[in-house]
Design a protein around this ligand. Structure first.
Ligand code: GAP
Length: 682
């Protein structure tokens, strides 16, 4: 990873955001090559998922939306990570990511203030005052209090020297500070460190509790094994796990926090003023909004608009690419877990299984799908078939842009891992170099994309919270229902009713009674006979930034290649698939100072430029220029030499094509160049 991170910076793929100000944790910028790579990936996804299909349309929604959306989706109440905080530095860590530690734990039951003793005997500043120690000795410690105070006033507080005045103030501050703390504190001693390391941390801890010169109380030691109670970086004890909402909050409109009314001792509390403040504060709060933590919810919120304006019918999908924001507790692994990132999400709306059964008479089984006995999108496809289909489509997409199948893992979440609304979720993992390893030492992979069967949860939630119907009318269902025998109708009705009741019970609003829930579920099930239902959804949700990182990791190679004199040297090369490569072709005149070569090279550049990203480079030895392109991942270099100009007449108007991956070269006529290149990069 270190090599990859350094290459990304050196070659302008990825920079730390706000680097000149020391950076900002969890935020990353894409440089010239990174920006091209990202654009290519997003365009390929869009072409694959939207433009090359009849059943998917696009959406581009805002990042800030009505806060009601996040109430309905559950993000406001439950989108939180459990987090623990270092008791000294306040550094946070996700509760489930604390690495276990073993060793000796030092603990103290509290600390007393030792300021007086410190100022009398240990303080270097006080000892530097002429006659100080003599005065202390002469007046004795038993009379110390008043004598010391007198001495401080005389020597420091009344002094004209500012530094001395400051010392005097420090003394009186210490006098006023808290005399003791009963706060227990623990540190695990890192290997090779002396106990003094732990004591220093403890002293710092109690100082922050306003004990300027702590004297540690009741030091004890104890051996612990695999404890997850200590911060792995600071070694200090962690506080309890607390939920931490991951959404970034902001305020819409020119509102500011209203100033709290000032309190007048004589007059007492002015309740009218307090009421006015409360009202202003409520208004301020009501202007709160969130930066979206996923692009998906806008798709659900606009479902009806898209349905009505796009002439689509279920099954169909709505796709969106865009920024998402999560205030991750511990951003980590380079761009893998960032606080601002991009998602490429598809919400593919399908018929509930009961509707499929009513129309097609059956729901295709998993084995039929696997053996391709049921064609894509057959009317008998239920959510199981669609889920499987999208997982396969997505894996094919990754393979098609250069992630080999053996670097990907298809992970079916266990029932206990599923989100509460999901019927099944398949994570597509990529074996990043930082992934954990299994017992055999194999990389286990980290999530690149999640494909989830989300039932009708999201649309149902928005229907309930907005009061706007989210169901669809399906003529096929209405017609089919009427032809079903009564017992089939009853059976499907009951299953649909049970599913709705289960959902409504789980998501009941305060005060909703079981009777009301049953009534709603019955109404929903009655809708089937009229051809009405709320669509279910299968959601392939991918992260652009994680994919970029996976592509770079996968492309990174070091090999040996001869330099111009034939001597083998190590070369760094990014073997991007030409479809994603930031630069598709580099056009290189052999020499910069030969106008005929330059003119011809520029003609070739201008020929290709309308069709692809071309890089023109005439600076330096040709071998060095090839190496630069290898590091940028450019799959082809086109060199214009004297043969191009007709030095060997049979080679006139031909160029050298040099392949990045093996360095092999061949000649091609300029007239054929474009048609040769286009299929390779598309
Ligand atoms: N709408 C569903 C959803 O948002 P998710 O699993 O939370 O599901 C989907 O996110 C994808 O978004 C992930 O598979 C990952 O690729 C990307 N993603 C999520 N959090 C991320 C983060 N903090 N940094 C970078 N990418 C992230």
């Amino acid at each position: 990873m270190e090599k990859i991170v350094s290459l990304c910076k050196r070659r302008g793929f990825i920079y730390q955001s706000s680097e000149i100000y020391g950076g900002i944790n969890g935020f990353w910028d894409y440089g010239p090559l990174g920006a091209e790579l990202k654009r290519n990936v997003k365009e390929l996804w869009w072409r694959d998922m939207v433009q090359s299909r009849d059943d998917v349309v696009g959406l581009e929604a805002t990042i800030i939306m009505s806060p009601q959306i996040w109430k309905a989706s559950g993000h406001e109440d439950t989108f939180a990570d459990m987090m623990r905080e270092c008791r000294l530095t306040k550094k946070r860590i996700r509760a489930d990511q604390v690495e276990p530690q073993s060793g000796i734990v030092y603990s103290w039951s509290g600390a007393d203030d030792d300021s007086r003793n410190y100022f009398l005997h240990q303080s270097p500043e006080f000892n530097a005052i002429p006659g100080w120690q003599e005065a202390v000795a002469q007046h004795g410690q038993e009379r110390g209090n008043s004598v010391l105070t007198g001495l401080v006033i005389e020597h420091l507080f009344n002094s004209k020297d500012q530094a001395k005045q400051k010392l005097g103030r420090a003394f009186f501050d210490a006098e006023r500070s808290q005399p003791m703390s009963y706060d227990r504190f623990r540190v695990i001693l890192p290997a090779g460190k002396p106990p003094e390391f732990a004591r220093k941390l403890a002293i710092q801890f109690y100082r922050e509790r306003r004990i300027p010169h702590p004297k540690l109380r009741d030091e004890q030691t104890e051996k612990v094994e695999d404890s997850t109670d200590f911060h792995p970086e600071t070694f200090v004890e962690l506080g309890p796990a607390r939920p931490f909402n991951l959404m970034f909050k902001t305020f819409v409109g020119p509102v500011d926090i209203p100033a709290f009314p000032s309190y007048d001792r004589e007059e007492g509390v002015d309740f009218e003023e307090l009421d006015a403040w409360e009202e202003a504060f409520t208004e301020y709060q009501s202007n709160a909004a969130y930066l979206r933590p996923e692009t998906a919810q806008a798709i659900f919120a606009q479902f009806k608009n898209v349905l009505e304006t796009s002439r689509q019918k279920v099954p169909f999908g709505i796709a969106q690419v865009g920024k998402a924001f999560r205030n991750e507790v511990t951003p980590r692994n380079y761009t893998f877990r960032s606080r601002e990132f991009e998602q490429m999400e598809l919400e593919f709306f399908i018929k509930p299984d009961e509707v499929v059964e009513a129309i097609a008479g059956r729901v295709a089984t998993a084995s039929e799908i696997e053996n391709r006995k049921s064609e894509i999108g057959n009317p008998d496809w239920g959510w199981g078939a669609w889920l499987k289909y999208w997982v396969e489509e997505r894996i094919k997409f990754y393979e098609g842009i250069g992630l080999p199948r053996n670097t990907l893992v298809e992970y079916w979440q266990k029932p206990e891992e599923l989100a509460h609304y999901a019927r099944a979720t398949v994570d597509i993992l990529y074996k990043f170099p930082f992934s954990k390893r299994d017992e055999q030492g194999e990389l286990m992979g980290e999530e690149l994309e999640g494909v989830a069967a989300r039932s009708d949860f999201d649309l149902s939630q928005h229907e309930r919270f907005s009061g706007k119907p989210m169901g669809v009318f399906d003529e096929e269902l209405r017609a089919a229902w009427g032809k079903l025998p009564k017992e089939r109708q009853d059976e499907l009705w009951r299953r649909y009713y049970e599913n709705r009741k289960k959902y409504l019970t789980k998501m009941a609003k305060p005060g909703e009674t079981p009777g009301q829930i049953e009534k709603s579920a019955r109404e929903d099930a009655d809708g089937l006979a009229k051809g009405q239902y709320i669509p279910h959804v299968v959601e392939p949700s991918a992260g652009v930034d994680r994919l970029i990182l996976a592509l770079i990791c996968s492309a990174y190679h070091e090999d040996q290649m001869p330099d111009e004199k034939g001597k083998l040297e190590t070369r760094v090369v990014l073997k991007f698939h030409p479809r994603v490569a930031p630069i598709k072709v580099a056009v290189l005149p052999l020499l910069k100072n030969k106008p005929e070569l330059v003119k011809k090279a520029q003609e070739v550049r201008n020929l290709l430029r309308p069709h692809m990203n071309v890089f023109y480079d005439d600076a330096g030895a040709i071998g060095r220029r090839y190496r630069r392109q290898d590091e940028a991942g450019t799959p082809f270099c086109v060199t214009i030499d004297f043969d191009t100009l007709g030095e060997k007449p049979e080679l006139k108007d031909t160029v050298t094509i040099r392949y990045r991956d093996d360095g092999k070269q061949e000649r091609l006529a300029i007239g054929e160049l474009l048609n040769w290149l286009l299929p390779k990069i598309r």
